[in-house]
Design a protein around this ligand. Structure first.
Ligand SMILES: Nc1ncnc2c1ncn2[C@@H]1O[C@H](COP(=O)(O)OP(=O)(O)OP(=O)(O)O)[C@@H](O)[C@H]1O
Ligand SMILES: [Mg+2]
Length: 389
């Protein structure tokens, strides 16, 4: 080969090698993409769906295989439905005897919103708190999205409190006063975490008893946080023009249409009233009279007939504790937002009463049994703890 032929030969070899390497890389990338985006028969819509499943890292998820999980999702059908709401249908998905999820199907929003959709969901996946329902992952397909949550075995608070089915009467018995108090505190802690500890801070916008789910120990978990912002107004189930549910909305919301943390505080106050009275915020008895739970309770207080407020199915409950929670509810329901406590303050108020009672019991105990030298120190430590809660 002459010198004149060597250069074109090397150039040709280099170009061919370059093209082949690019082809190999493309094939490898495509294979990886295919593994992540399995094309499966989608029994939710009966079509072949090409979607993307994202599973957030957690102790629950790490033992689960991506492909098995995806196939389980695709097999969900009407018989797995456990409920439906304004955002869509909720399915129960059991992986094995000990692991189950709740899968919420949302109709797909516009393309523009979908860009932010995944970012929002990633942020929601980072939120881990004992009083907030964990988002374990999501699945996006061309016509719908699925949100994968941990399954709450005791369902939602609204059903337990208000479902009058004969079969559910046992559930209402499970809602004795200590359990209701525990739920109040759990909900307050969950919302307080969203308002004050999350960066950026999160306003729930749809606090209500059906969005309070209960785990197997009857610990409250706030659900559906972030959904009101994630979904377009026309896709929210909302009973108002903006977001939220009638009966739970703060009065200023109707004027400004702006969701605020103090609006969530008001809705929390309504949930406290539900726990105290056992009544629905928009009970038929109220709507017939053109009123609602909050207005009825305020009228009853004005007439000094507070005894009418307490749920008649609550047997032997501590009057002072009920009164204390009732006072906190009334503070949260102040018409003027600035007069309402923040959620952190609401938590402290709820905890402070428990601590005060424990201290009272301790003081009575020490008075009649033995002298406890660091009693004052203990009292102050307990108070200090309550303010750290
Ligand atoms: N993680 C979960 N675990 C168990 N059940 C759930 C879970 N998420 C939702 N559910 C149940 O699914 C049903 C529908 O929930 P969904 O949130 O769609 O509607 P909703 O709360 O009634 O109204 P909204 O659409 O305003 O939130 C409810 O009965 C709820 O208890
Ligand atoms: Mg809900």
């Amino acid at each position: 080969m002459g010198n004149a032929q060597v250069l074109p030969f090397y150039i040709t070899v280099c170009v061919v090698a370059f093209v082949i390497s690019k082809i190999i890389i493309a094939v490898l990338l495509y294979r990886r993409w295919q593994r992540k985006h399995m094309i499966v028969q989608d029994s939710l819509t009966g079509t072949v769906s090409r979607g993307k499943l994202v599973m957030f890292r957690s102790s629950t998820m790490k033992s689960l295989k991506y492909d098995t999980f995806l196939k389980k999702i695709m097999k969900l059908s009407n018989k797995d439905i456990i409920g439906s709401g304004g955002y869509g249908t909720v399915y129960q998905m059991s992986i094995n005897d000990s692991t189950a999820f709740a899968v919420k199907r949302l109709n797909r929003g516009s393309a523009e919103r979908d860009k932010g959709f995944e970012r929002e969901l990633e942020a929601m996946g980072d939120i881990k708190h004992r009083n907030i329902v964990t988002l374990h992952g999501y699945y996006t397909a061309p016509h719908y999205n699925l949100l994968i949550y941990e399954l709450m075995p005791k369902g939602n608070l609204a059903t337990l409190l208000h479902d009058t089915d004969a079969g559910k009467s046992m559930d209402k018995k499970a809602l004795d006063w200590p359990t209701r108090y525990k739920i109040s505190l759990g909900v307050a802690r969950g919302i307080s975490y969203l308002h004050h500890d999350c960066i950026p801070h999160i306003i729930h916008r749809d606090i209500k008893s059906s969005n309070i789910l209960l785990d197997k120990g009857m610990e409250a978990r706030v659900s559906d946080f972030g959904l009101a912002t994630l979904m377009a107004p026309d896709k929210t189930h909302v009973s108002t023009l903006i977001a939220g549910t009638f009966g739970y909305l703060a009065p200023e919301y109707f004027d400004t249409g702006k969701a605020t943390a103090k609006g969530d505080v008001y809705s929390f106050g309504v949930v406290l009233l539900e726990l105290l009275t056992g009544k629905k915020p928009t009970d038929e008895a109220f709507t017939e009279e053109g009123t609602k739970l909050v207005t009825w309770v305020k009228a009853v207080v004005e007439e000094k007939r507070e005894e009418l407020v307490v749920d008649s199915s609550l047997e032997c409950c501590p009057a002072d504790e009920i009164k204390h929670v009732f006072n906190i509810a009334m503070m949260c329901l102040e018409s003027e937002p600035s007069k309402r406590p923040t959620m952190t303050e609401a938590v402290k108020l709820l905890v402070a009463d428990k601590i005060r009672q424990s201290c009272n019991r301790l003081l009575i105990f020490t008075k009649y049994n033995f002298h406890f030298p660091s009693q004052t120190w203990l009292f102050h430590s307990l108070i200090h703890l309550s303010f750290q809660a």
